[in-house]
Design a protein around this ligand. Structure first.
Ligand SMILES: [Zn+2]
Length: 335
């Protein structure tokens, strides 16, 4: 409810700004109404053209952007935090919010395919991260740049259980990519807001220093070797596991929105029945009733981890808290 009101008030603020820019055509009554409704929510910096107004497609990217923007403006979110970014349809009000952003940050067509058409007709300034990081599937540079940043990358990408070696779009779960994402956002914002360049650099450096400390702490969490096989609900955590030297033995489904095929489930059940103990990482936003049937007769530990940071507070340390939450879930698996 509170969230709904925040969004409603924010939209009114946006409307008010656009009403003023087109004020010749607007009746005084509408202006008076808009001012009355929105005055409580307006902060001083909304009147400042130098106030940064970035919009991100998904929560984990918003959290990185929030760390860079700091108190220089607003870092907002386009999709509801629990929405499935692999498969979504924007409402007209969301399209309007997209068009009103100074900068829109999204992962790329590899994740939010539904945004490609929308962005073609929107004209908003955009930062597609897979392109900015040169990670696109067809890029010939792709393989060498990924090898540079990921020591353990190759070995985990060909499972016998039906998962193909398609590009993994969950790039925010690889700390090396997160550093590049932060730098990309910094570059983009410091170009658009040169007056804020020094502050933006300070914010970026603070974020990168926090991330480095977190990586060191998380690395220590995973020094002990474990015999447990980790299975994840959908193919979201490969980067995270690779980066910290763990292996994902398999995934229940490739795309979270669709039920996995009967053949894949049967294969998985027979594979799992040969394991002594497994840890299954479920996601809070997806129900998977078939999970119980395939793990019958096996010592299975079920843990929840949220690759979309749904419950994280949008703050300058939100991403850091998020990556620790993922690490803590994996740690529970290995205990
Ligand atoms: Zn996903």
């Amino acid at each position: 409810m509170i969230q709904y009101f925040t969004i409603a008030l924010r939209n009114m603020t946006v409307n008010r700004v656009s009403l003023f820019t087109k004020s010749i055509a607007v009746t005084p009554l509408i202006i008076a109404l808009a001012v009355a409704l929105s005055s409580a929510s307006i902060k001083a910096d909304d009147k400042n053209p130098q106030s940064i107004n970035v919009l991100s497609s998904i929560k984990p990217i918003q959290l990185i952007a929030t760390a860079i923007v700091g108190d220089l403006g607003h870092s907002n979110l386009l999709l509801p935090p629990s929405a499935n970014p692999h498969h979504y349809q924007l409402r007209p009000s969301q399209r309007a919010r997209l068009s009103n952003a100074d900068l829109f940050i999204w992962v790329g067509p590899e994740l939010e395919l539904f945004l490609v058409k929308v962005l073609q007709s929107s004209g908003v300034n955009q930062l597609p991260l897979t392109a900015a990081l040169k990670l696109q599937q067809d890029s010939t540079e792709n393989h060498s740049s990924r090898r540079d940043t990921l020591e353990h990358h190759e070995h985990s990408h060909n499972h016998e259980n039906g998962y193909t070696s398609a590009f993994d779009p969950h790039i925010w779960l690889n700390p090396a990519y997160t550093r590049s994402i932060a730098e990309s956002i910094y570059n983009e914002l410091s170009t658009h807001y040169p007056a804020h360049q020094i502050r933006l650099r300070e914010n970026t450096d603070t974020f990168l220093a926090r991330l480095k400390t977190s990586e060191e702490q998380i690395t220590k969490q995973f020094t002990a070797q474990s015999q447990i096989d980790i299975y994840t609900f959908h193919h979201a955590f490969s980067y995270f596991a690779d980066y910290f030297g763990m292996t994902i033995s398999g995934t229940i489904t490739l795309t979270p929105e669709s039920r996995p095929g009967a053949k894949h489930l049967a294969q998985l059940a027979s594979e799992i029945s040969n394991k002594k103990s497994i840890c299954l990482i479920k996601e809070p936003n997806f129900k998977a009733p078939y999970v119980e049937t395939i793990t019958q007769g096996t010592d299975v530990k079920v843990i929840t981890a949220d690759p979309l940071a749904t419950a994280m507070v949008n703050s300058e340390t939100g991403y850091i808290e998020f990556i620790h939450a993922i690490a803590d879930s994996f740690s529970q698996c290995l205990k």
